[in-house]
Design a binder for this molecule. Structure first.
Ligand code: UN1
Length: 514
């Protein structure tokens, strides 16, 4: 069954282009390495098995860390702009493979093809960014209070960086981490999501080919696959000074505690519970368009997806009417994410469908009204209706929790102050957006008494950030920042250096000790 499915579908030709060989028909047996469990990669659009992959064992994960640690001295000794040039070549290879890789993301994760391609583009963009950074990584020279002394700040690489990424962005989030970590002089051990192993394999193959072509060991960008035992091996290993973790708040909390226990550093991108506020003076057409993408795009499976709509009382009914019309047109564009013209694909797996159903049950029990959707879509794969629920208060358990599904809760506000309080009234603090035409509102929103999130948008939705800014959030989102701005600092250690180039030994603060 499995076998036939893979080999008879001509659309999967891109697997071959990516060097994913079908050694036994339908079975990628992981000959590249690994002797752990044989797991299945399942297509969210059909529920059928795409391939079987052999995972790593914890011991193999540990050996991989050894190899990545061995490769670090060579990699970090290469001049930074030359490391940048390797990352440029990786970006070029990704450009060449944009379409097939985008198809693979779409096939295995389940997001629509334009978004699959967009995700690979995000990796390309961060490669470009990292190449520029490789010519610009700064240091500082501060004035010393002592005569003939120089006070400097220098940034050095950390060593092996552990990257644990999630199924929903199976390539872009690894890209943010790896491109920046590599120009900073680190080697990487990546554990992708267990349910998107083919994307991890194809990406790592592309990168290791570039490295090896340049005489650099592929272990500079290593891959492990597996479940929580393999993840724990990485998290607990003292040879890994930084763990970058993307996933749920609950797992992230455990990762952070374990890493802290050994005085490692962690970089956390955890849950979001993002709100989009529509003020009384908003451009409603624009707000509706943005809300549709942020609520139902990626079938609600972005960390940045809109989970709460905070609507001014005076525009609430009009906005909701327009939103429902738009949702109805989305229902006509449900389909296989690889097909042209499809705007809305499946959830990632059965577990996600179960969580969607549980959240809706809980919402209804708590007194919520289903304004739109609320049911599983009867077709193969893991499809559910995009859903709007009103009538719940901010305190309701389901409104406080992140459900990784296309469910949005409608809340009402009488003023911007009230809307900001609602925006800030959850544990998480990733993304937020306000639709308004008033300059006063905008500055209130972006100021100290405004949104408490890491991402604070105006007249755009909550999702779809560019790579140039720092990406991440506050509170239970974990406080990490990845991608652009000065996120590179996470991947380096700072040395404060004082050099006495005179013949005397003055002490700071004028202390005499003679
Ligand atoms: C995520 O969901 O983990 O801002 C990342 C966005 C994307 C990244 C999302 N650029 O929606």
């Amino acid at each position: 069954m499995t076998t036939r499915y893979l080999v008879t579908d001509p659309r999967y030709g891109f697997l071959k282009q990516l060097g994913i060989t079908v050694e036994n028909p339908g079975l990628y047996d992981g000959r590249w390495g690994g002797s752990g469990k044989l797991i299945e990669s399942i297509s969210p659009a059909t529920g059928k098995v795409i391939a079987k992959i052999r995972e790593s064992t914890p011991q193999e994960a540990s050996n991989t860390i050894t190899e990545a640690r061995k490769a670090w001295p060579q990699w970090t000794s290469i001049p930074t702009p030359a490391r940048g040039d390797i990352v440029r070549q990786i970006g070029d290879e990704l450009r060449r493979n944009l379409k097939p890789l985008g198809c693979l993301v779409s096939l295995e994760m389940g997001k629509i093809l334009p978004e699959g391609i967009g995700e690979v583009q995000e990796f390309i963009d961060i490669c470009d960014y990292a190449v520029g950074l490789s010519r610009m990584l700064p240091g500082s020279l501060f004035p010393s209070e002592r005569k003939n002394h120089a006070l400097l700040e220098k940034w050095n690489s950390l060593g092996v960086i552990g990257v644990i990424s999630a199924f929903n962005f199976p390539i872009a989030v690894y890209g943010w981490n790896s491109a920046i970590a590599m120009v900073c002089g680190n080697t990487i051990v990546w554990k992708g999501a267990p349910s998107t192993p083919l994307v991890s394999i194809a990406t790592t193959k592309i990168i290791s080919d570039v490295l090896e072509r340049n005489g650099i060991p592929g272990s500079v960008a290593s891959l492990i696959t597996g479940g929580s035992d393999v993840g724990e091996t990485l998290v607990n290993d003292k040879r890994v000074p930084l763990i970058s973790f993307t996933g749920s708040t609950n797992v992230g909390r455990q990762v952070a505690l374990k890493v802290q226990q050994r005085f490692g550093k962690s970089l956390l991108e955890l849950g979001g519970n993002n709100a989009l506020i529509v003020a009384q003076d908003a451009d409603l057409e624009m707000a509706v368009r943005a809300a549709v993408f942020s609520c139902v795009g990626t079938a609600g499976q972005r960390c940045t997806s809109t989970r709460r709509l905070i609507l001014h009382k005076k525009v609430k009914n009009e906005f909701l009417g327009k939103l429902k019309t738009a949702y109805n047109s989305i229902l006509k564009r449900v389909g296989d994410p690889l097909e042209d013209g499809v705007l809305y694909g499946p959830l990632h797996n059965q577990q996600a469908v179960d969580k969607y159903k549980t959240a809706i049950e809980k919402a209804v029990k708590a007194g919520g009204t289903i304004e739109f959707g609320g049911k599983q879509i009867q077709r193969p794969g893991f499809y559910v209706e995009p859903t709007i629920i009103s009538g719940l208060s901010i305190e309701a358990e389901v409104v406080q929790q992140e459900t990784f599904a296309p469910i949005v809760y409608v809340l009402e506000a009488n003023s911007l102050e009230e809307a900001i309080d609602l925006n800030n009234g959850v544990e998480q603090g990733l993304s937020s957006s306000l639709f308004t035409k008033s300059i006063g509102n905008i500055f209130q929103w972006i100021g100290p008494h405004g949104s408490d999130c890491g991402i604070v948008n105006v007249n755009i939705g909550t999702s779809g950030a560019e790579i140039g800014g720092a990406f991440g959030g506050e509170k239970a989102t974990g406080g990490g920042r990845e991608s652009g701005s000065d996120a590179w600092k996470h991947y380096m250690r700072r040395a404060t250096i004082t050099i006495n180039h005179g013949n005397e030994l003055p002490l700071a603060q004028g202390i005499k000790f003679e």
